[in-house]
Design a protein around this ligand. Structure first.
Ligand code: APR
Ligand code: PHB
Length: 389
C-alpha cells in the first residue's frame, strides 16, 4: 500500500489531521491499535479553545458542535473562603466552548467514514522505518498478517504510550517531565450542572472541579491519592467529599445521582524535543502531556495539527518546506506556554503532601493577587481561552 501521509493513532489528533489533509486532496491512512468503540468509550476533558473550534470548522466537521456546544465566557475560582469570577469575554473578547472530546472524536470518525477515509483498526506491532530517509515506510500486523505502507511522511499521533516518540533516537530526543503526587478522580453523572460556569476550587481537603457536558450531564473531579482506585470510592463518598471542597452555596444546591463513569487519572507534565525527526512529526499526546487543570490537553494537540497541516499543504502545493522545517520550533514555542499555564494553575489550587505553612501562605497570596488584580486576571484569561497560533 502507498499513501502520502501515514498517520499512527486514531485519537482526535490523528483523525483531525487526516480529515484536514483529505480536504486538500492529500491522501492519508490512519493506523489505530484499538477498536473504534474503545476509542469512543474514553471520557476526556470537554473545554475547547476558539482555535480548536476554528480547526473543526476548517475540517468541515463543526455542524453538530456548533449546534450543541455551550459558550463559556468565564469561570469561578475558589480558594478557602475566597471566591471570585474571571470574565474571559470582558478581559480578552474571547471565550471557550463546552463540547466533550468524545463527541469531537465521534464527529471526526463519522466524517472520515463518510469521505471514505482509510482507518485500519486493531493494528499491532506498528513500526516506523527510515524516518530519517527520503522514503519512509510503516509496517504493522492485523490478525497476524503483516502489512506495509510506503509514504512521504509519518505523523506520530499515537498518544503518550505510542511508539512514534520512541522511534526518535535517544541521542536526539530530550524529554522533560514532572510528576505530581496526586491524581484526579472523575465522575460523570446524568445530573444538571451545579453552576452555569466551571468552578475550580482549592480547599484544605484538596482540589475539586465542577464541570459539565450539557444541561443534564455533569463532570466532577476531586484530587485524590495516587494509591486510590475508582472502586475505593462509592458514589456517596465521592459526593460527600466533593461537597466539602466547594463553597457552601454550591454544595447546598449540588444535585447528586449515580455515576455513569468513574476513573482516576494521574497528573503529569511532559514534553519531548524535538517534535520532528526527518520525515516523522509528533503531534498531541505523543509529544506532550499537561495536567488537566486548565483543560489544555486537546487544545495543545490542535495547535500541533494546525502547524503540521499547514506545513504539509504548503509542501504539497508549492514544494516549499519552510512550514514543515519550522514545525517543531513553532509547535514547541506554544506548547511550553501551555505547559507553564497548566503547571502553575495546578500548583495554585492543589494540596501537596509536603506543603508547609509557608507554602500555603504563598498559595493564598497568589490567589489573592489574582482576585484583586485585573492584569493578573487578564493573563489567566488569555491563557485559558488559548494563546494565538
Ligand atoms: N499503534 C497504533 N495506534 C496507537 C499506538 C500504536 N502503537 N499506540 C497508541 N495508539 C492510539 C491509541 O489507541 C489512541 O487511540 O493512538 C491514539 C492516541 O490518541 P490520544 O491518546 O487521544 O492522543 P491524541 O489524539 O494526541 O489526543 C490528544 O488531548 O485531552 C487530551 O489526553 C487527551 O486524548 C487526548 C489528547
Ligand atoms: C472536563 O470537563 O472534563 C474538564 C474541564 C476543565 C478542566 C479539566 C477537565 O480543566
Amino acid at each position: 500500500m502507498r499513501t502520502q501521509v501515514a498517520i499512527i493513532g486514531g485519537g482526535p489528533s490523528g483523525l483531525l489531521l487526516s480529515q484536514l489533509l483529505h480536504r486538500k486532496g492529500i491522501d492519508t491512512v490512519v493506523l489505530e491499535r484499538k477498536t473504534k468503540d474503545y476509542v469512543l468509550g474514553r471520557i476526556r476533558a470537554g473545554i475547547l479553545e476558539v482555535g480548536f473550534v476554528n480547526l473543526m470548522r476548517e475540517a468541515g466537521v463543526a455542524d453538530r458542535m456548533d449546534k450543541e456546544c455551550f459558550a463559556h465566557d468565564g469561570t469561578v475560582i475558589s480558594f478557602g473562603e475566597t471566591q471570585f469570577n474571571i470574565d474571559f469575554k470582558e478581559l480578552t473578547g474571547s471565550n471557550v466552548v463546552v463540547y466533550g472530546q468524545t463527541e469531537v472524536t465521534r464527529d471526526l470518525y463519522e466524517a472520515r467514514e463518510a469521505m471514505g477515509g482509510q482507518i485500519v483498526f486493531n493494528t499491532e506491532n506498528v513500526t516506523i522505518h527510515g524516518a530519517d530517509s527520503d522514503a519512509p515506510h510503516v509496517t504493522y500486523t492485523v490478525d497476524g498478517t503483516e502489512h506495509r505502507i510506503d509514504c512521504d511522511y509519518v505523523a506520530g499521533c499515537d498518544g503518550f504510550h505510542g511508539i512514534s516518540r520512541q522511534t526518535i533516537p535517544l541521542s536526539i530526543r530530550k524529554e522533560y517531565e514532572k510528576l505530581y503526587p496526586f491524581g484526579w478522580l472523575g465522575v460523570l453523572s446524568e445530573t444538571p450542572p451545579v453552576n452555569d460556569e466551571l468552578i475550580y476550587s482549592g480547599s484544605e481537603r484538596g482540589f475539586a472541579l465542577c464541570s459539565m457536558r450539557n444541561e443534564n450531564l455533569s463532570r466532577y473531579y476531586i484530587q485524590c491519592s495516587l494509591s486510590d482506585a475508582p472502586e475505593d470510592w462509592t458514589d456517596d463518598a465521592f459526593w460527600t467529599e466533593l461537597k466539602r471542597r466547594i463553597p457552601a452555596e454550591y454544595a447546598d444546591k449540588l444535585v447528586t445521582g449515580p455515576s455513569i463513569e468513574k476513573s482516576i487519572a494521574p497528573l503529569r507534565s511532559f514534553v519531548t524535543e524535538p517534535m520532528r525527526w526527518g520525515r516523522l512529526f509528533l503531534c498531541g499526546d505523543a509529544a506532550h502531556i499537561v495536567p488537566p487543570t486548565g483543560a489544555k490537553g486537546l487544545n495543545t494537540a490542535a495547535s500541533d495539527i494546525h502547524y503540521l497541516y499547514n506545513g504539509l499543504v504548503q509542501m504539497y502545493e508549492t514544494g516549499k518546506s519552510d512550514g514543515i522545517d519550522q514545525y517543531s520550533e513553532k509547535a514547541l514555542a506554544r506548547i511550553w506556554k501551555a505547559e507553564r499555564f497548566s503547571w502553575s494553575t495546578t500548583n495554585l489550587l492543589h494540596r501537596f503532601p509536603d506543603q508547609n505553612a509557608f507554602d500555603l501562605k504563598m498559595q493564598k497570596a497568589d490567589v489573592d493577587f489574582l482576585r484583586g488584580n485585573r492584569e493578573a486576571q487578564s493573563v489567566f484569561a488569555q491563557n485559558y481561552v488559548g494563546l494565538p497560533y
